[in-house]
Design a protein around this ligand. Structure first.
Ligand SMILES: [Zn+2]
Length: 164
């Protein structure tokens, strides 16, 4: 079967096909699978182990366009409509374009992951995330979020963060 896991992927004009599985069909398919008593062959186990072994969490395509941090607009982008326009309350972020609402903490965490994805080699610091999020949120708040999610390191009078 070909499994399309991207939630936003749609293939139009296709008749129901038992060889294709779309993201919306996955929960039912997985529940059906787990209800079946299957005998797993050694060959299948070996394949599963091999796939797990080959999984590369740091994969980066080699055909990305070149970009630099200074060229990019700063601020938290709405994950739904990619607008930079938003308002905030003490705890929440609200996109003024589409109404997407999440906690500010969630949005800072997401933006931090996006920055790390775009610049995997940069040292992640509070100041860098502060700038990346459009200087809209206090450095203290950002420091607390980074400390909660990442391992902190002290180097040349600078604290930077990496994966725990
Ligand atoms: Zn939005």
């Amino acid at each position: 079967m070909v499994v399309f896991i991207n939630l936003e992927f749609t293939l139009y004009s296709i008749l129901p096909n038992k060889h294709f599985l779309f993201s919306y069909q996955l929960p039912k398919h997985l529940s059906t699978l787990s209800n079946q008593i299957l005998s797993i062959k050694q060959e299948q186990l070996d394949l599963a182990h091999k796939l797990k072994e080959l999984h590369n969490e740091d994969y980066r395509p080699d055909n990305l366009p070149t970009y630099q941090l200074g060229q990019l607009k700063k601020g938290i982008l709405c994950p739904t409509c990619f607008s930079l326009s938003h308002t905030t309350t003490r705890q929440n972020y609200l996109c003024t374009a589409c109404g997407h609402k999440k906690t500010i903490t969630t949005e800072i965490e997401r933006s931090t992951k996006e920055l790390k994805l775009l610049f995997p080699d940069n040292l992640m610091t509070t100041n860098q995330i502060y700038d990346w999020c459009g200087k809209n949120y206090s450095k203290e708040r950002i420091r607390i979020i980074l400390k909660k999610n990442y391992q902190s390191h002290l180097s040349r009078k600078m604290t930077y963060y990496s994966k725990k």
